[in-house]
Ligand binder design. Structure first.
Ligand SMILES: CC(C)(COP(=O)(O)OP(=O)(O)OC[C@H]1O[C@@H](n2cnc3c(N)ncnc32)[C@H](O)[C@@H]1OP(=O)(O)O)[C@@H](O)C(=O)NCCC(=O)NCCS
Length: 173
């Protein structure tokens, strides 16, 4: 398995900065708290589809204490700061389908890392026998539209007013 507990990778952003990628750990809670300081309101709003001024203790546990089988989370650090998170969580009722979410801190956006993280999550979930990745986002989220539309798999979109849903068919390539 490529994306297992020992996964660790250096990724060079388009602007040359190098990001360290690995799976999330329970010890990352403080980094999650601090990451809120380097994400704009708009970035947080787009990721959580609502304002996110702080994480509760329960949320921090949920975000960092994951089994990496049903819930996979890949984190990226630069200069000691948590600046990228990609997460895929299987549906309880349909464990071969997972919900996916990505957030990149503002100063690191448009450097290729969002697309790269989605690629890693696709590999991780295929390795875990998931055949579809789904997500919900705002219809005006051009960045995420672009990231999803570039994947080498069939993608179905459903637009419903201000919200857009996508389904990536991981069996289609
Ligand atoms: C969406 C998001 C994850 C994209 O990450 P990113 O690292 O900035 O994206 P990338 O650099 O990999 O860009 C991928 C493509 O999208 C394009 N893109 C990125 N941001 C864009 C924007 N704001 N408007 C239009 N296109 C954009 C890039 O130009 C690139 O296209 P290209 O390959 O043709 O050059 C990031 O913007 C983000 O964290 N947004 C806030 C949270 C969010 O919206 N998450 C999605 C819902 S879960």
């Amino acid at each position: 398995m490529k994306i297992d507990r020992d996964f660790s990778e250096e990724y060079a952003l388009a602007d040359g900065r190098v990001v360290s990628l690995r799976l999330v750990q329970p010890e990352d809670k403080q980094s999650f708290v601090e990451s809120l300081n380097i994400c704009s309101h708009q970035t947080l709003y787009n990721r959580f589809m609502g304002s996110k001024p702080k994480f509760s203790e329960n949320e921090l546990r949920y975000l960092t204490e994951v089994d990496q089988r049903h819930h996979v989370a890949i984190v990226g650090f630069h200069d000691g700061n948590l600046m990228a998170v990609g997460r895929a969580i299987r549906y309880m009722s349909q464990p071969q389908i997972a919900d996916v979410g990505i957030i990149i801190a503002d100063a690191y956006q448009r450097n290729g890392i969002g697309s790269y993280l989605l690629g890693l999550l696709m590999i991780a979930m295929i390795e875990r026998n998931v055949y579809q990745l789904c997500g919900e986002m705002f219809s005006v989220n051009n960045a995420m539209f672009r990231v999803v539309d570039e994947v080498p798999f069939d993608v179905k979109w459903r637009l419903d007013g201000s919200v857009a849903n996508f389904e990536i068919d991981l069996t289609s390539n």
